[in-house]
Design a protein around this ligand. Structure first.
Ligand SMILES: [Zn+2]
Length: 185
């Protein structure tokens, strides 16, 4: 079953970042431009194919590394600086829009090619997440060898894994270790 299509900017940002997945035999999930075309179609929920070539593939991977810098940064200020620098050279459309009886300032990527749009939207969403909840909510999966990233939305900041899959995998491994200790005792 294919994973559900991301519905929010943050979900798209995380789907983008986690196409580098050290839990897979080959961490590079976007093996070639054909896979990239399918990923772009899926992540933007488009009905028509997205046409990309090898240059786009190289840009996609560079953009992903740039974005990942926000998670691998040593502290909040550096994480913010890395995201700000992504936006420094990219046009963003700012508008005041009605939202549930109030006005909110909306920031969106200026329509451009799909990879630029994905990177700009992701940087905006991650900066906004830092503004709302702080950079400490950015996490890297504790389920080694997985190093996928997540944004912790739990109230008590208790999240440790990128997905239920890693959570279940690690707790099953711990359970097996406990059982074998008991059996050997
Ligand atoms: Zn994980």
């Amino acid at each position: 079953m294919p994973p559900p299509i991301p519905r929010t900017s943050i979900e798209r940002a995380l789907a983008f970042l986690n196409t580098w997945d050290t839990f897979s035999a080959d961490p590079e999930r976007i093996a070639d431009s054909a896979v990239l075309g399918r990923f772009m179609r899926w992540v933007h929920d488009r009905s028509s194919p997205v046409s990309v070539d090898d240059r786009d593939l190289a840009r996609f991977r560079r953009a992903r590394t740039e974005l990942r810098g926000a998670f691998d940064a040593p502290d909040e200020a550096s994480g913010v600086a890395r995201l700000n620098s992504i936006l420094a050279s990219r046009p963003v459309r700012v508008r005041l829009e009605p939202d549930d009886g109030q006005w909110t300032m909306s920031h969106q990527p200026v329509p451009s090619d799909p990879i630029e749009a994905l990177l700009t939207e992701a940087a905006l969403a991650l900066l906004s997440a830092i503004g709302d909840g702080g950079w400490e909510r950015f996490g890297t999966c504790a389920g080694s060898p997985c190093t996928c990233v997540y944004v912790d939305r739990t109230r008590n900041r208790s999240r440790r894994f990128c997905s239920d899959l890693c959570n279940d995998r690690v707790s099953q491994e711990a359970h097996r270790r406990r059982r074998s200790r008991i059996e050997k005792a």
